[in-house]
Structures are given as structure tokens and as C-alpha cells.
Design a protein around this ligand. Structure first.
Ligand SMILES: Cc1cc2nc3c(=O)[nH]c(=O)nc-3n(C[C@H](O)[C@H](O)[C@H](O)COP(=O)(O)OP(=O)(O)OC[C@H]3O[C@@H](n4cnc5c(N)ncnc54)[C@H](O)[C@@H]3O)c2cc1C
Length: 879
């Protein structure tokens, strides 16, 4: 093909640069955009972009940045415009911070001009950017600032001069293969093209778009790509003239209240990007809020107050933009799998602008020659790899031919399969003893103390501890212990009614209510529903948590991994219900405890020891006072959500019902509760160690900390860790699955078909329902991996509905005649109170309102009942 027709969808940053570079290479370029090049609604908005050469993100970028600088200069020469102002860049941070070390070592290795300033030197030269006594500042003279609107307008005009056609305000509606090329539907007509470049930035993964459809068919939709908000705030300069480019460099400060900050570009103010502010996801860039949220403004204000005395601490304007982030921060740039002739260029993860002319060149190579970029581009991080695969790295064992990712993937998969296989064998071995539905549902009420304790521990510590709690440790240090402490308190409070629960030989929570209030189908149905939603939510969210973690480790797609976990869960439950679940939990629980201790030790070692952690991590995060660092509103939220959530969680009840010796019931709960604190220590140490090892996530990104840590483990530790992850997650999914099945069999199936069904029928029905529930949860997890977040609300509703009838009912059972009407009133009021507070968006957690209204409703109902019954104190029949 002599002069290929290249269609470029999206002329934001990357698409415009690709259009320019492809046009320079003689290709016929036809480009489309919803808007015009240089507009400010995409990832190119916000007035200014930093260019740097001494790169804290990794020295392997340095040669690429040098090439990119050359291309920026070429664009300037071709268009006669000044675009890149090398006014210098100052990086400030703790002297021993790995990022600061990377800048200096990288600069030395590549012979870059740079200067390490002491705090005195910095104070003399840049008094507007005070450097603390423990900090260092590195000056990079080949850093500066670019105006994105000017740069993109220039690149588009140059491309058009060379014959490119740029269809402005012409959104592409659909694309489809056409002969050996592609057909693009835009502006009411079809355009037939030889090659297609998809450069849709934060629009690439937006639900319902053709781009999303293409990602889905390429198996990339679930590759962890996420459009995230990036807020910016402009602060009035006290002396704007002193802060223009030249006297004032671009500045990046790492560490507490870090930021990126620019010289004055508008004659008035300085743009600051506060690194500690959250960057929440946004499904579609069209839904971006017009201004930064109050929390972001507060963080930005505090950032300025602490570090930027030359600015007034109240921003004069704020705005929110978006970029598409990939899990490893490298772009997805390469041929789109399954779509010959199409090139995907997206996921530039908030650092794509400075390199955009080089990325444009790589795209031109790919599109014109229909093959991976020339040798000169092979080192482009993420560029030579097929989209969705990590940039090629090589095995540490010196095997030049086998990429490291392939070795580690093989190790992770083998370890995971070994652990799953071992667990399934244990489940099968103990499951063979299950002969009756009682064995299936309550483990034949024969579980010894140690099995109950480890099963409670393994069930309670799932994907939440592995990912979310490590994130809490990373962001707020020992505050994570408050979370686990709330679980412990829940377990300890359960002690109050544990003996009674065990002695009454219940199977499910609805049966507890039937015993207290008298049997009634409505009470059973509502209680069953409230008991099911929480474990069902657990099941689906654990499937997603497993898939996300393992897709980071292996590159496999989320649907495949969800299906694997669904099958594994079935293997653990089907042989013998609770009997197989609890015994496999026991073995896994012991394994988890050992690996937890090992991983804690390893994390401290990898971070350089306890001293290194306490030196590198701010004291407010590791000192005992960090226990309240997360703030009282969050602490209250946790306490009021987790304590009642634990108190009404049927998974824990079932292990009480299943305990062999009455004497051990209370002991099992106390020990299980205390063991939860081990999970807190694990999450806290890991979070702090990750920080000390140099990870730099904002508070909103805290949940990336666990994956970051795993990605740095040596192969053998990763093998152990992969097994640990599987054990932790599968023990939770199998318990949750079993719990849901129990409600469906005991409360609904037996309720409808009559209580005394043949044992074989009940066991067979339990197995069938187990399969049905697994398939439903897996499909839900695949279809709505994000929508599952709302299931957090199920805790609140479940607790608001069940806590009062169970606990107050238990307390009053011998004093008042409790009727189904009282139970219904308590549950109904809890539901209404919770929903009303939820809708009103109350500050105090809505579960608290639910529980309070439920209590009020129940007491009123009891009083009315007493009035009607003339003070009848006969308890409800306890048949
Ligand atoms: C606030 C902010 C600050 C940043 N700061 C820096 C920095 O200092 N230095 C740095 O190097 N990087 C920085 N980055 C990162 C860099 O700007 C981005 O990585 C880069 O701009 C991404 O470009 P893109 O082409 O992928 O996306 P975009 O520039 O958003 O382009 C996507 C284009 O697709 C178009 N489009 C969408 N749907 C359709 C459709 N159906 N049909 C046709 N067109 C469509 C959109 O209109 C848009 O023009 C920053 C990013 C942000 C958001």
C-alpha cells in the first residue's frame, strides 16, 4: 500500500499528534472529533502541562522524553509557534524518598544536567517554594510547561497543511470492518478507510459506546481501564509578575500534601493539582462535575497553606478533567486484538501529554506499516506490547527468551490451582460424611472448637482485608484496627445469646425470629430476604475481588477469572455443605494465619525494617494516635455499620449452630473475635510498608496499594501469596454460598413444600440451589462489576431490619408475649427508617436511623399489644 488512508477517531492529544505525524509521513489522514483540537473537555483541558526529563516515574523514560523534546521542537519549527517553554522544573521531597533518588540516579546515569539544591540554596533561589530541613530539591533544566490548547491547534493545522482532513464537531457513531479496512459512520455518512486509530482518551471505555464494544470484543473492557476525575484549582498569586515562567519553575512536591504546580499562565493565578485529593472514577466524561468538590478544595487549600506562601489560600477557580488510567500506569498502545488494521491508543494515565508527539509517531508507524513500531520505539513503555499486556520485562533467572510476565503468570496460576485443588480434596474428604440435610446445613452440629474458630476467621477475612483494608492502612495507618475492632466487638456481643442459639438447634436466622415471635410466613420471608442479601453480596463482590487481583497478576480477563472462582466455590460446597466448607475453612484458616505472619515479616523486611518504615512514613500514620486518623465520622460509620452487621450475619450464626459442645460456643466467639485483630495488624503493616517502599497513591487510590505490593514480590513469595489469596477468598465465597443456599432450602423450599421432606430430596435440592446461586452471582459479577458497590448498603438494611427483633426479642422473650405483628412492625420500621435516612443523605450512617426507628417501632408495638392484651406476659410458644 503506497499511501494508506488512515482514519483517526478522536483528535484530542494523542489523535491530533498521530494525525500530524502520519501526515508528515505522507499518509492520507481523515480524523474525527466530537469537538475541535485543543478543546478543554477531554484529557487536554486545563491550560498547562508539565514537561520533564529527569523522571521520577523511572529512568527508562529518559531517552523517550529526549526524543519527545526533539519532536516538540520540530512542531515549533514547522508552525512557527513557541509551544514548549523550558522554564525549569523543581522536584521537592524527602531526601530518602525513592522517587527523589530515582530522579538523581537516573539523571546521573543518562548524563542529564541537573542540580541538587540544599534547603538553603533553594530558599535563596526559589523563596516561593520553601524546602523543609529534611527535604531535598532537584532542579531539572530540561523541564517546563506546554499550553495544550496551543500545541494541539498547531499540530492539527500542520496536519491539515499536509492534506489531512480533520472533521471537527463530528462524533463517530459506529465503526465496522469493511473489506480489508474499516468503515466509519460519522456526520451522517460513511468513510471507508484502510486503517483505523482509536484515540478516544477517557471516552474509550464509556458504557454504551462503540469504543466500549470494541474493547469488549478484544477482551480488554475488563482490563482495569478506568476514567478518573482530575481536579485542578487556581490560586491568586500575591505577586503574579514574580511567578511567571522563568523566575518560576514548574514544581512537583512528593510526600505529605504533595502537588504539581505551574507558573502563572493567565496573568493572575497559579494552577495547583493537589495529589492528596481524591480522583474518583467517572463513567463518561460528559458527566464530569463543572467544579471541584468541597473536599478537594479543602485539601487544595490545606496544600497551599502548608507549602505555597506566595499564593492566596482561597482558589479563584476550580475545574475537573478526566483521563483514562490503566492498572499499571502504562499506555495501551498497539494493534487492537481481533481487529486487523485497527490501532488502539489510550490509557495514558495522567502523564501522556509530554510524550504525545512521540506516541503520535509510534501510532503512525503502526498504522502506516501495519506492524509494531520501529526499533527506536520498542522501548516505549507499553507501546510495543499488545494492548492489555504489560510492557515486556525479562525473567530474573536470566532466561532471555521467556518474558518475566509469562514465568510469573505460570507460577501464580500453578500455585492458585494447587491450593484450590488441595482445598477441594479436603472438602470432598469431609463432605463424604454428609448423609443428612442437617450435615449439609449445620455440619451435623458436630464441629469442634478449633474448626469453628478458624472457619469464623477464614470466613470473616476475605477480599476486603486483602484489598480495602490494606488501602486503609496505607491511607490512615492504624485506623484500620478500628475496623477490625468493630468486628471483634460484634463477635463479643454475639456471646450474649450464643448459648441460647446453640441450645435451640436453629438452622437459620428466620427460624430464630419464628421461635421468638411465633411462626408467620411474612416474618420468615422478610427475614430470609434480609439474611440472604448480605452473603449474596459477599459472594458476588468476592468473585470480583478475586478476578481483579488475579487479572493484575496474570493478565487473564475478569470473566474467565470469575468463572474459575465460581467453579472453585462449587467444589468446596457441593460435596457436603457446611461439613465440607467448615473443614476446608479450618485447614485454610491455619494456612492463612501462618502466611499472614510470614507476609507481615516479609513486608517489613522489603521496606527496609521497622526503622526504615518509621523514618520514611510520616509519624502521624504509624504512631498509636493514628488509630483515629481516619476521622470520627468514618469511625462512627464503621462502628454503626460493622457491629450490627456482624451481629446479624447469618454466616456467623451458622457456625454457632454447628458447634459440637455447648461449653465451647462462647469460647469460639471470643477467640474468633480476637483473631480478627490479626487481620487488622496485617493490613496496617502492609499499608505502611507499601508507603515506605515508595508507592505514591492519593487517598482515593489507596486500594491500589495491595496490588502494587504484590507486583513487587519475588517469584517464590508471589507463589505463596497467590495461594494465600485463593485460600482467603474461596473460604469466604464458599461460606457465603452455603449460607444463601441454606435460607433458600430451609426457609423457602421447605416452607413451600412442607417441613418433612425426604433427606435425599433436601440434599439434592441444596446441591441444585447451590449451582443456581453460583451461576447467578457469577453472571451478576461479570455484568455489573461496579454496580456491586451498592451492595454495601445491604449491610445497613439487613442490620436495620434484623438487629432489634433478634436482640430485643431475645431480651424480652420471657417477659412479654411477642407476636409476629411485633416482629413485622420492628422490621418494617427498621426498613423505613433506614430508607428515609438513606434518601435524605444523613451524616450519621443511615443504619443507625434504621435501628433506632426499628427499636421505637418495636417498643410501640409491644406497648400497644400490652394495652390490647391487658398486660399479658405469656411468652410466645417456643415449639
Ligand atoms: C487535568 C490533567 C492534567 C494533566 N497534566 C499532565 C501533565 O502535566 N503532563 C503530562 O505529560 N500529562 C498530563 N496529563 C495527561 C495527558 O494530558 C493525557 O494523558 C492526554 O491528554 C490523553 O490524551 P488522549 O488523546 O488519550 O485523550 P483526549 O485528549 O481526551 O482525547 C480524546 C478525544 O476523543 C474525542 N472523542 C470522544 N468520543 C468521540 C467520538 N465518538 N467521536 C469522535 N471523537 C470522540 C474527544 O472529544 C477527545 O477530543 C494530564 C491530564 C489531565 C486530565
Amino acid at each position: 500500500m503506497t499511501r494508506p488512508r488512515i482514519g483517526i477517531v478522536g483528535t484530542g492529544t494523542i489523535g491530533t499528534m498521530a494525525a500530524w505525524r502520519a501526515a508528515e509521513r505522507g499518509a492520507e489522514v481523515v480524523a474525527f472529533d466530537l469537538d475541535a483540537p485543543g478543546h478543554d473537555r477531554g484529557a487536554a483541558g486545563g491550560e498547562s502541562r508539565i514537561f520533564r526529563t529527569a523522571y521520577m516515574e523511572g529512568r527508562r523514560y529518559i531517552p523517550l522524553l529526549q526524543r519527545a523534546e526533539g519532536l516538540w521542537r520540530e512542531l515549533e519549527d514547522r508552525t512557527g509557534r513557541r509551544l514548549l517553554d523550558l522554564c525549569g522544573g523543581l522536584s521537592i521531597g524527602p531526601a530518602d524518598d525513592p522517587r527523589m533518588r530515582e530522579i538523581v540516579e537516573g539523571a546521573r546515569e543518562y548524563g542529564l544536567a541537573h542540580r541538587v539544591l540544599t534547603s538553603e540554596e533553594a530558599a535563596e533561589r526559589y523563596p516561593q517554594h520553601p524546602v523543609g530541613p529534611d527535604e531535598t530539591a532537584v532542579l531539572d533544566p530540561r523541564a517546563g510547561v506546554v499550553r495544550p490548547d496551543a500545541a494541539l491547534a498547531a499540530a492539527a493545522l500542520r496536519a491539515e497543511e499536509l492534506g489531512a482532513r480533520v472533521h471537527r464537531y463530528t462524533g463517530v457513531e459506529a465503526v465496522e470492518p469493511h473489506g480489508s479496512g474499516w468503515s466509519v459512520a460519522a456526520g451522517g455518512r460513511r468513510h471507508d478507510l484502510d486503517r483505523l486509530v482509536l484515540a478516544l482518551g477517557p471516552w474509550s471505555a464509556a458504557p454504551g459506546t462503540f469504543a466500549r464494544g470494541l474493547l469488549e470484543s478484544a477482551g480488554l473492557a475488563a482490563a482495569g481501564l478506568e476514567a478518573r476525575q482530575i481536579p485542578m484549582c487556581w490560586f491568586p498569586a500575591r505577586d503574579p509578575g514574580a511567578l511567571v515562567p522563568g523566575p518560576n519553575p514548574v514544581v512537583i512536591r512528593v510526600g505529605e500534601y504533595g502537588y504539581s504546580c505551574f507558573p502563572v499562565m493567565d496573568g493572575v493565578s497559579v494552577k495547583v493539582s493537589p495529589h492528596s485529593a481524591p480522583r474518583p472514577a467517572v463513567a463518561h466524561p460528559g458527566e464530569l462535575p463543572p467544579r471541584a468538590a468541597p473536599g478537594v478544595v479543602a485539601t487544595a487549600r490545606e496544600t497551599v497553606r502548608r507549602h505555597l506562601p506566595a499564593l492566596h489560600p482561597d482558589p479563584s477557580r476550580t475545574a475537573v478533567y478526566a483521563d483514562l488510567f490503566s492498572p499499571d500506569g502504562h499506555a495501551l498502545l498497539g494493534p487492537l486484538p481481533g481487529s486487523p488494521g485497527a490501532v488502539l491508543a489510550t490509557g495514558f494515565s495522567a502523564h501522556g501529554f509530554k510524550l504525545s508527539p512521540l506516541f503520535g509517531e509510534v501510532i503512525a508507524d503502526l498504522a502506516i506499516e501495519d506492524r509494531p513500531g520501529r526499533q527506536a520505539h520498542r522501548e516505549t513503555p507499553g507501546a510495543a506490547a499488545a494492548p492489555g499486556t504489560p510492557a515486556p520485562r525479562h525473567a530474573r533467572n536470566g532466561d532471555e527468551t521467556m518474558p518475566e510476565s509469562a514465568v510469573s503468570t505460570a507460577v501464580v496460576i500453578t500455585s492458585a490451582l494447587l491450593v484450590m485443588g488441595a482445598g477441594a480434596l479436603i472438602a470432598f474428604y469431609y463432605g463424604r460424611r454428609a448423609a443428612t440435610s442437617d450435615d449439609w446445613i449445620v455440619g451435623g452440629r458436630s464441629l469442634p472448637l478449633r474448626v469453628v474458630v478458624f472457619s469464623q476467621f477464614a470466613t470473616a477475612s476475605g477480599g476486603g482485608v486483602l484489598v480495602a483494608h490494606v488501602g486503609i492502612g496505607y491511607a490512615w495507618g492504624w485506623s484500620v484496627l478500628v475496623y477490625e475492632l468493630a468486628c471483634t466487638v460484634g463477635f463479643l456481643l454475639l456471646v450474649l445469646l450464643a448459648k441460647w442459639l446453640r441450645s435451640q438447634e436453629f438452622d437459620t436466622v428466620p427460624q430464630v425470629l419464628s421461635r421468638l415471635f411465633g411462626r408467620d410466613t411474612k416474618v420468615v420471608a422478610i427475614a430470609a430476604l434480609c439474611s440472604i442479601v448480605v452473603p449474596f453480596g459477599w459472594l458476588a463482590t468476592q468473585f470480583v475481588a478475586f478476578a481483579r487481583l488475579f487479572s493484575q497478576l496474570t493478565g487473564l480477563s475478569l470473566p474467565i477469572l470469575i468463572a474459575v472462582m465460581a467453579v472453585a466455590s462449587l467444589l468446596f460446597v457441593l460435596p457436603g455443605g457446611l461439613l465440607s466448607v467448615a473443614w476446608s475453612d479450618y485447614i485454610f484458616g491455619v494456612f492463612m494465619l501462618v502466611v499472614t505472619v510470614f507476609v507481615v515479616g516479609y513486608a517489613i523486611y522489603a521496606a527496609g525494617g521497622v526503622d526504615a518504615i518509621t523514618t520514611r512514613v510520616p509519624e502521624e500514620l504509624w504512631s498509636p494516635s493514628s488509630i483515629t486518623l481516619v476521622g470520627w465520622p468514618t469511625i462512627l460509620l464503621w462502628v454503626f455499620a460493622i457491629v450490627p452487621g456482624t451481629l446479624t450475619n447469618q454466616l456467623y450464626y451458622q457456625r454457632i449452630f454447628a458447634t459440637k459442645d455447648m461449653s465451647n460456643v462462647r469460647r469460639s466467639l471470643v477467640v474468633s473475635g480476637l483473631m480478627m485483630l490479626i487481620a487488622g495488624v496485617y493490613a496496617g503493616v502492609l499499608g505502611l510498608a507499601v508507603r515506605a517502599m515508595g508507592a505514591d497513591f492519593s487517598v482515593a487510590e489507596r486500594e491500589l496499594a495491595a496490588g502494587w505490593f504484590i507486583g513487587r514480590l519475588p517469584l517464590w513469595v508471589m507463589a505463596v501469596f497467590a495461594g494465600f489469596l485463593v485460600a482467603t477468598i474461596v473460604s469466604t465465597t464458599s461460606s457465603a454460598l452455603h449460607s444463601v443456599t441454606t435460607n433458600l432450602v430451609r426457609d423457602l423450599y421447605q416452607g413451600i413444600r412442607g417441613g418433612d421432606r425426604p433427606e435425599r430430596e433436601l440434599v439434592r435440592m441444596s446441591q441444585l440451589i447451590t449451582v443456581g446461586v453460583t451461576v447467578t452471582a457469577a453472571l451478576l459479577a461479570i455484568a455489573f462489576p461496579r454496580a456491586l458497590d451498592w451492595l454495601v448498603a445491604t449491610y445497613a438494611y439487613s442490620a436495620a431490619t434484623l438487629a432489634v427483633p433478634i436482640f430485643v426479642g431475645f431480651a424480652l422473650r420471657n417477659r412479654v408475649r411477642l407476636t409476629p405483628g411485633i416482629a413485622l412492625t420492628a422490621m418494617g420500621s427498621g426498613l423505613v427508617g433506614c430508607a428515609a435516612a438513606h434518601i435524605a443523605g444523613t451524616e450519621v450512617p443511615y443504619a443507625v436511623y434504621g435501628i433506632a426507628v426499628s427499636l421505637a417501632g418495636m417498643l410501640v408495638a409491644v406497648a400497644v399489644r400490652r394495652g390490647v392484651g391487658g398486660g399479658d406476659r405469656t411468652p410466645a410458644p417456643t415449639a
